[in-house]
Structures are given as C-alpha cells and as structure tokens.
Design a protein around this ligand. Structure first.
Ligand code: NAD
Length: 458
C-alpha cells in the first residue's frame, strides 16, 4: 500500500559503474532530479559529456536526453551530493577480496563515510551494492559515527537484480523491488523514490511486486538469488559432463526437463559456464560469510557449483586438444604451432563486460598451452586488452578465423550465431569448431564440412 504524503525526493547515486550509472540515467528518465557521484574523474567527465563508459543498449540516448533536460548531473564533489540528495543510493563495487573468498567492503566504507561527513540534513542512505549479510547494520554504525543523531539520517537496503544487456528494461520495469527498512519513514521515502517505476507500471497495466523486509533478509535475497542461478547453470553443466561420457545430448535433456514448470527452461543452457562481475564473486562471498556465521555446511554445495563451473573452461581446452590431435600430457596438452580463433571475450553477449569471463579465461589457457590465439569480440576488445594484455587480438571476425586450425565460439553474440559456416569455411585452414555455448546449429555446420563439437552433445 502506498504510504501517504511522500513527495518526489531528489536522488543521488554513489558509484557510477554499470549499476549506478544505469540507475542514475533511468531514474532521471522517470522524472527524478538526479546526481551521480564517483571518485573516478574520467568516468564522471565522460558521463557529464554524454558518453556512457560501457556498452549498454539504449542507455546513451537516455543519458543525452536527460542531461539536456537538466534533470541529471554528474560530479566528483561530495558536498554537492550531500546538498542535493534526499535519498542516497550506494552503488559502489564490492569485488572479491585478495584472499579470494569474502567481499571487499572498503569502497562501501569509503563512500558511506565521506557522504556521512558531509550530511547536514535528514536523508536516507540506501545500499544497493551486493554485500555480505550484516553489512547494512555496519553501515548504520558508520553513519552514526559521523552524523549528528539529531539529523535523523537513516539507512535502508535495496538489493539490485538488473542484468547487463537488459539493464535499462530491468531498471524501468523491474520484476520485483526488495527493501530492507527499520522505519515507516524509510519505507515511505523508498516508495517515493520508486514512485516513477510504479507509475510507469500502472500506465502499462502491470504491477511491480514489492517485498518490504528487514536488513538481513534484504541482503540475503540478492545472494540467495545469485546462488540459485549459479546452481541452475552448474546443474545443467554437470548433466553435460555426464552426457559427454554417456553419449547423451544435454540440449535435448534441458529442453525435456525444462517443460516441467517446476524446473523451467530459462538459465538451463549448458556451455562454458557462468562468469561476470557478479555470480562467481557472489557465491564465494556468500560461502565465506556463511562460514563466519557458523553456517558454512549449509552452503558447501556452492563450492561444488563453482568447481563444476570452472571445469567447463578446462573442458574446452581438452576438446581443443582432441580436435587438434594433441595428446593430453602431464602438464596439459601442448598446443604449440596451432592457430585458434577465439570468438567472444565478454562474459555474455550485448555487454562489454569481461570480468571473470569464461571466454577470456579459456583464451588464456589455450595461449598458455602454446596455441597462437586470436581473440575477436564485437564490444569487449578494449576491456579484454586491459585484463589480458598478452593475448593476440584482431579487429574483425574474418581476421580471427583466417588461417585458423580451430574456431572456438565462447560468447553467443548474434554475429557468431548467424555466421555463415560456408563462408567461414573458405577462410580457415581446417573446418573444426567448438561451440562453447551450444548456440550454433550442428547440422548446418556439419553440412558445411565442419567437425562440430558442442558442450555435452555427442
Ligand atoms: P563497477 O565496478 O562497474 O562500478 C563501481 C563504481 O564504484 C566504479 O565506477 C568506482 O569508481 C566507484 N567507486 C569506488 N569507490 C567509490 C567511492 N568511494 N565513492 C564513489 N564511487 C566509488 O561495478 P558494478 O557492476 O556497477 O557493481 C556495483 C555493485 O552492484 C556491486 O556490489 C555488484 O555486485 C552489484 N550489482 C551489479 C550488477 C551488474 O549487473 N553489474 C547487478 C546487480 C548488483
């Protein structure tokens, strides 16, 4: 039920990466007056001049329109943020810690502390970053340390579920909103801060489900959702492993089990596994936090989920060695003298995000095994070069495949899915393809003379 009397608050988004920039831009589009803040001056400069620093469909147009309308500003000045915002959304990164397991909360701490130091009036600080359970309580303490209690600054948590590649749609038309709050005031501020989303839904005759809960549940919803999705992918990839030894076809198996509505067919594609800036780090951080809380056993299966996922990457190298007729060897196969085209670098199509991308990690493994690797991706080349500077990169699909002894499709970009196997066959030195995403039509490629190997398919 909408709380009464909440007017339209002014919003700030702290951290303008994939999450914060998309939110800042979309909420300006919904009519809010928005300020985006980041410590990265270059990022802020680019956003302020109308350039989205990452690839996300539909976002550049919205950015330029809302800058022009004067509803959207970007700054590196925290005083401006504190002055503007009634609601401050914390959207900074929470990467994996150097020890490989827990989440690094130093950016959350820095952002919250520097904001709190500047606050001079009542405001709501809302965490959106993905964090270990217990973080919201800690953020509340961080705020309390800096802010005069008389101001009545409050904290809430509202985890985020947007998917890169669909981010604009996911922000404007979310499938649910989850808020962890401690007071009616915080609840009504969050309602007002999302009223644009509810109004849009009403004009389209939709409803946006809202779950209002406590801090711990709100924090856990996000990591639980990611743990479930990761498990679903690793489940079907485990079935792929079994299919590989039993001679089954995991794509047909997935279709058949997916007709059961209790299982569902989405997120059930076997392939080279999940990656990106969220699922891998989130399932590791979730395990680490559960361990700290004494519930490590409950999440032990997530370790297995992670291992299944990483095994898929090695599996591509193994199949490559088979196709190139190189024996396994004690330190892995020796692929020296072979030329391999790696199609894809991003962790998924329609994004330029290469964080923990299976494609890049496989490319690096092939390179380490001695192959001459040529990587091509429609959007991810600049980021890939930053993460894996030593790999061979080429500017076009044609450059990648020309003279290749093997083609590996590792990100299911439409350009690759729709590539003509006859035309590509004219360019390669041998018609051998590994379909790491099961996104090609095996019959079509076989008819064009290719030796086709998918994941979990005979
Ligand atoms: P990102 O790395 O793209 O962006 C993080 C931004 O925070 C960077 O621009 C960085 O400069 C900025 N930052 C660092 N310290 C700061 C500080 N002290 N003050 C202000 N800004 C600071 O990361 P992202 O993908 O946007 O993810 C952010 C959070 O959202 C993470 O917790 C992530 O798990 C979560 N999340 C991301 C997605 C997604 O699809 N990307 C989806 C849901 C949740």
């Amino acid at each position: 039920t909408p709380p009464s009397g909440a007017s339209r608050p002014r919003l700030c988004f702290l951290g303008t990466g994939y999450l914060g920039a998309t939110y800042a831009i979309c909420f300006a589009e919904l009519g809010y007056e928005v300020v985006g803040f980041d410590v990265d001056e270059d990022k802020i400069h680019r956003l302020a001049s109308g350039e989205v620093p990452f690839h996300e469909h539909g976002l550049p147009e919205l950015l330029r329109r809302n800058l022009a309308a004067g509803r959207l500003r970007f700054t590196t000045d925290m005083a401006e943020v504190a002055e503007h915002g009634d609601v401050h959304f914390i959207c900074v990164g929470t990467p994996q810690r150097a020890d490989g397991m827990g989440a690094d909360l130093s950016y959350v701490e820095a952002a919250v502390t520097s904001l709190a130091k500047q606050l001079t009036r009542k405001a709501l600080v809302v965490g959106k970053s993905t964090v270990p359970v217990g973080t919201a309580e800690w953020v509340e303490q961080l705020v309390a340390r800096q802010v005069d209690p008389a101001l009545g600054v409050e904290v809430a948590w509202s985890p985020e579920f947007l998917q890169e590649g669909f981010a604009v749609e996911d922000v404007l038309r979310p499938n649910r909103i989850v808020v962890g709050v401690k007071s009616d005031w915080a609840n009504s501020m969050l309602y007002a801060a999302h009223k644009g989303v509810f109004d849009l839904a009403a004009t389209e005759d939709r409803e946006v489900p809202v779950v209002v809960t406590d801090f711990a549940t709100a924090e856990l919803v996000k990591v639980a959702a990611n743990a479930f999705l990761a498990t679903k992918i690793s489940f079907i990839n485990a079935m792929a492993e079994v299919c590989e030894v039993a001679g089954g076809d995991v794509t047909q198996l997935a279709r058949a089990i997916g007709y059961d509505p209790r299982i569902g067919n989405r997120f059930l594609q076997a392939g080279v596994g999940f990656g990106g800036g969220c699922l891998p780090k989130d399932i590791r951080a979730f395990q680490a936090r559960a361990q700290e809380l004494g519930a490590g056993e409950a999440l032990r299966f997530l370790h297995e989920v992670d291992l299944i996922n990483l095994r898929r990457r090695s599996r591509v190298v193994q199949v490559a060695a088979e196709l190139l007729e190189r024996p396994p060897g004690p330190a892995g196969p020796d692929l020296s003298g072979t030329r391999i085209a790696v199609l894809g670098a991003t962790f998924k199509p329609n994004s330029d995000d290469v964080r923990d991308a299976p494609a890049l990690s496989v490319a690096a493994m092939l390179d380490k095994a001695g192959a001459q690797v040529r990587v091509y991706d429609p959007q991810g080349m600049d980021n890939a070069r930053l993460v894996q500077p030593d790999l061979g990169y080429v500017k076009t699909l044609t450059d990648a495949v020309t003279g290749a002894d093997l083609v590996c499709v590792l990100t299911e970009w439409a350009d690759f899915r729709h590539a003509d196997p006859h035309a590509l066959g004219e360019l390669v030195s041998a018609r051998k393809v590994i379909d790491g995403r099961n996104c090609l039509d095996p019959a079509l490629w076989s008819q064009a003379g290719w030796t086709y190997r998918g994941m979990g398919r005979p």
